[in-house]
Design a protein around this ligand. Structure first.
Ligand code: GDR
Length: 366
């Protein structure tokens, strides 16, 4: 029987990879996007041409639109990947973050309960739920990690909104017998990662910097007073200036996986007989510094410190220093394991950004 799936948040990194996966599995896929006057379909090139894929407009903060979609399509599966997903932004836009990340989830669960209770629901939870908390291994190693038993201690509006929806999913599962589960996913990225997240911000800078440098072999670098620009030998020739990479807390440790591995795990969760929440991660933490080491080494730079400026404005009011997961439960019960290594992930991102870097660098649109 052909299955139908709704993907809320289809235009994002995970939504686009998930749409591709479900179409490979012969699903009919309805991708939901918010109305926008600009084109937000750039990640969906591969799927928009597929007759089993359709795109419709809707918004999780408008219950009538979600009720209508759930009622009309009666999907077998619904994946909620829509979110205000930027942690730093949530400190500046906390009410909006709660509207999308909490009230939006409530609207989805109510729509499913009222109009299509047989629909299986996947909710995107996050490692940010743990905040600064972790478990210490009792095997003598004293390793720190987070898994399904680690207590949540969220410390951003983003994480607190996500924790409320995590509990809503559990409540609707228990109270109304819905098949609803949350994937507690650690960081994940790839070439489709949004440019405002740290990994992509770094690889995009590297791609554009390499392009600029290759096209200005004569340029040499003088640092200006504010240490903002890497400058060439003439002040008047803007093409010989290149802005440094500005970053915040580069000592933060995150557990990065490839988004393709993660969407496979999301799908697996909905194929179980009983709904349950699972942690997905690589199991290995790396600092932003290590990401810089590896990514810069691909363009032959060993010491990146002269190209990077630490900007206090990019620190969050409350930092999460250490996130490193354990995926034992997902391995045991879903048979899920990540397939793409950290090094492969970084290389793919750097290669992609080198490939797409263009003349915009010369116009200083970086
Ligand atoms: P994160 O991802 O907050 O973990 O949330 P992000 O890439 O934004 O930050 C990771 C770490 O890098 C530090 N950092 C910077 N971050 C950004 N964005 N920009 C910078 O310039 C910068 N410099 C240092 C951050 O402080 C942080 O410690 C992501 C999102 O996808 C969430 O939606 C998701 O829930 C979690 O991952 C799992």
């Amino acid at each position: 029987m052909i299955k139908t799936a709704i993907i809320l948040g289809v235009t994002g990194q995970d939504g686009s990879h998930l749409a591709e996966l479900l179409l490979e599995k012969k699903y009919k896929v309805i991708g939901v996007k918010r109305r926008s006057s600009t084109n937000t379909l750039c990640r969906l090139d591969k799927v928009v041409v597929n007759p089993d894929f359709s795109i419709v407009e809707g918004d999780v903060i408008d219950p009538s639109s979600i009720n209508y979609l759930v009622n009309s399509y009666q999907p077998d599966e619904l994946f909620n990947l829509s979110a205000q997903s930027h942690v730093h932004t949530s400190f500046q836009q906390p009410a909006y973050t709660f509207q999308v990340n909490t009230v939006g989830v409530l609207n989805i669960l109510e729509a499913v309960r009222n109009y299509s209770p047989q629909t299986k629901v996947y909710q995107a939870s996050t490692s940010e739920l743990w905040g600064s908390n972790y478990t210490i291994a009792q095997d003598g190693s004293s390793n720190k990690y987070q898994d399904e038993d680690t207590h949540f201690a969220p410390n951003s509006p983003y994480a607190i909104a996500k924790l409320a929806s995590h509990h809503l999913v559990r409540l609707y599962r228990d109270a109304y017998n819905l098949f609803a589960c949350s994937g507690i996913l650690h960081n994940h990225c790839g070439p489709r990662r949004g440019e405002e997240f740290v990994t992509r911000k770094i690889t995009k800078w590297i791609g554009q910097f390499k392009y600029w440098k290759d096209n200005h072999p004569d340029a040499y670098f003088i640092f200006d007073k504010n240490d903002i620009y890497i400058k060439g030998r003439t002040q008047t020739n803007v093409s010989l200036e290149f802005p440094k990479l500005r970053l915040g807390n580069i000592d933060a440790v995150r557990d990065w996986s490839h988004a393709k591995d993660m969407v496979r795990g999301m799908w697996m969760m909905l194929q179980q007989e009983k709904p349950k929440d699972y942690v997905l991660c690589s199991g290995i933490g790396h600092s932003v510094r290590e990401f810089l080491d590896i990514s810069f080494s691909y363009i032959g730079i060993k010491d990146w410190s002269e190209y990077v400026v630490i900007d206090p404005c990019l620190y969050r009011p409350c930092e999460v220093e250490f996130l490193q997961g354990k995926y034992n439960l997902a391995k045991k019960e879903l048979g899920w394991e990540p397939e793409i290594s950290f090094k492969e992930l970084v290389k793919e991102m750097v290669d992609y950004d080198i490939k797409i870097s263009t003349i915009v660098v010369d116009k200083k649109i970086v």
